[in-house]
Design a protein around this ligand. Structure first.
Ligand SMILES: *Cc1c(COP(=O)(O)O)cnc(C)c1O
Length: 238
């Protein structure tokens, strides 16, 4: 990540301008969506999802002042963020993808928030690792609002018991809930369900909304939106 003198400066300038422009546009839309429902736009945190994006695009977002980022693979984040965090110590990193229990230690070490807590085995492992490292990343419980068999997250019917277990039995710092609605569904139904479950447990944070639906999410109470392609462009994940 040291400066490469042969780097194409013209191209970098273009990328910087493009990403900065997209970021400004997303912020503008968040503010407009919030204004429509009389929410304070500063209550919404934009998480830039840099997974599978070229490093220069992530650096462009950092240069533009973006500081909150999401990654969905521990290993990919480990390859990218330790060096970037040295250059930008105020970065806040969220894990938004499934976490295997054997990656718990690495996740607790690297991430400031873990949004995908979804099973007792993982919750227990996280609690153990947090005690060991003396570090307590904020936890979101992922709810599988669409009850999709292939998707991570606790089922809505089991959410209440699991949230209580995470807080009371494992002592995790649970701050909120996260969901990824089924692609073919009306997202608002899922966002509303997530908000209702959070309200029952007085959980202040809601991570919901992606490039295609973050404005709806903001109108339904999202405190964190996770936006990738609308900031960085299409991913290299074909
Ligand atoms: C990739 C990803 C996003 C961002 O998706 P875009 O549609 O590119 O905005 C948000 N949340 C999760 C959990 C993701 O995996």
């Amino acid at each position: 990540m040291t400066d490469n003198p042969s780097r194409d400066i013209t191209k970098n300038t273009d990328v910087n301008a493009e990403v900065a422009g997209h970021l400004a546009e997303v912020h503008r839309r968040i503010a407009a969506a919030a204004a429509e429902v009389e929410r304070d736009p500063t209550a919404v945190t934009l998480i830039a999802v840099g997974k599978m994006q070229p490093l220069e695009r992530v650096e462009a977002a950092l240069t533009a002042g973006q500081r909150v980022f999401g990654e969905n693979r521990v290993q990919e984040a480990q390859g990218k963020w330790p060096a970037l965090k040295q250059r930008f110590p105020d970065v806040e990193l969220h894990l938004i993808g499934p976490l295997q229990t054997n990656k718990t230690a690495a996740a607790v070490e690297l991430f400031d928030a873990i949004q995908t807590v979804d099973r007792p085995k993982l919750a227990r492992e996280l609690a153990k690792e947090m005690a060991k490292q003396g570090k307590r990343p904020a936890c979101f419980i992922q709810i599988n609002t669409g009850e999709e068999s292939q998707k991570a997250g606790v089922l809505p019917a089991e959410a209440d018991a699991f949230i209580e277990q995470c807080r009371d039995d494992f002592g995790l710092p649970v701050v909120g809930l996260m969901c990824i609605p089924p692609a073919e569904d009306e997202p608002s139904l899922h966002f509303t369900m997530l908000a209702e479950i959070a309200k029952r447990h007085a959980l202040p944070r809601l991570s919901m909304g992606m490039s295609g639906d973050y404005e709806i999410a903001v109108q339904l109470g999202a405190t964190h939106v996770r936006v990738g392609t609308a900031i960085f462009g299409a991913r290299d994940d074909s």
